[in-house]
Design a binder for this molecule. Structure first.
Ligand SMILES: Nc1nc2c(ncn2[C@@H]2O[C@H](COP(=O)(O)OP(=O)(O)OP(=O)(O)O)[C@@H](O)[C@H]2O)c(=O)[nH]1
Ligand SMILES: [Mg+2]
Length: 312
């Protein structure tokens, strides 16, 4: 009986408006949310995975590669569902993990079964259509390029872009028609990264940005080997560079304006006749060209996977 009485007393005391109860209640209401916030915000550093941005002209095989890496097996890639892709219209991201002890571990390895430590990152597949490129390019413009990740639970988290994979169709490049449009896109990507280097605010230089030109479809015998993809792209980028700076001169603006314009639009190191990817090193943009294939009986995608693994 006495315990019942105590409980009754306690209840009565807590329900009677007394200054102590009010103050304690108010304090709890104010402090608890703040405490909970700190508890959760420190406990989940997971919200920002690094990301790798996948760019390139339409039909290069970006979505095919994304699907291949997501499935982690090439068993059904010959004429299976992976081959049936369609033109992408919105960016999409998938979560992948590399073996952080050994980035050369195949993408086919299921890291859940291994004792190795897995490092997670997002692969962001973008649409290659010219009308849909602007938003991908805009993301690269910031000193610390980030991408809004729809995968992360709170939806609004920004993921830091660690590397760019620019995929090209090496078979389409062989007949020359696709070269100007492909190079035009690559020019804009590299120029955006170069401008970002110049636009750094304060003393902190932006982190270097590795770019992989992935020469895809090397399973086709008509495809250009990676070395030719590289030299053809470099030659075409040089042509675009010359044409764009000539366009500025021809448009009748004064010499002073040209100087300002050149600084903005001239890709790579100044003064050199020929363009080469090595000139981008000056702006901390490190370009590699590696051949591979997503489907068919080709060199596969392992070299690209290793390149990505070493950079996330
Ligand atoms: N032979 C061959 N075909 C490939 C390879 N990779 C992709 N393809 C084919 O190329 C076509 C286009 O691939 P997608 O992945 O849709 O191209 P995408 O880059 O995503 O194109 P957009 O979404 O329009 O920007 C598909 O029919 C693929 O099957 C490859 O390594 N070899
Ligand atoms: Mg696509």
């Amino acid at each position: 009986m006495s315990t019942l009485q105590t409980i009754k007393d306690l209840l009565e005391a807590s329900l009677t408006p007394s200054p102590t109860v009010i103050i304690l209640g108010l304090a709890f209401c104010l402090v608890a949310p703040i405490l909970l916030h700190f508890l959760y915000s420190t406990a989940t550093p997971y919200t920002t995975l690094p990301s790798v941005l996948l760019l390139g002209p339409p039909g290069a095989g970006k979505t095919a590669l994304t699907t291949l890496l997501e499935r982690g097996s090439s068993s059904d890639t010959l004429d299976g569902p992976v081959a049936k892709t369609h033109t992408s219209q919105v960016p999409s991201s998938i979560e992948l993990s590399v073996n952080s002890d050994d980035p050369s571990t195949s993408y086919k390895t299921n890291l859940d079964n291994e004792s190795a430590t897995a490092k997670k990152f997002l692969l962001v597949d973008t649409p290659g259509h010219p009308k849909l490129r602007a938003s991908s390019l805009m993301r690269l413009n910031a000193a610390e390029p980030t991408i809004k990740s729809s995968l992360v639970s709170d939806g609004g988290a920004k993921s830091k872009i660690k590397a760019v994979v620019f995929m090209v169709d090496a078979a389409a490049l062989a007949d020359g028609d696709a070269l100007p449009s492909t190079a035009e896109y690559l020019y804009d990507v590299l120029l955006t990264l170069q401008k970002r280097f110049h636009s750094r605010g304060g003393s902190r230089a932006p982190a270097s940005m590795p770019v992989l030109v992935a020469a895809n479809k090397l399973d086709l015998f008509t495809a250009l080997p990676a070395a030719l993809v590289k030299s053809n792209l470099e030659a075409e980028l040089g042509r675009i560079r010359a044409a764009r700076s000539k366009g500025l001169l021809d448009s009748g603006i004064g010499q002073d304006d040209v100087d300002a314009g050149e600084e903005g639009d001239w890709l790579g190191g100044d003064g050199s006749e020929k363009f080469s990817f090595a000139q981008m090193m000056e702006f901390d943009v490190d370009v590699d060209v590696i051949g591979g294939s997503v489907i068919g009986d080709g060199p596969g995608a392992e070299k690209w996977w290793k390149w990505i693994g070493e950079r996330v």
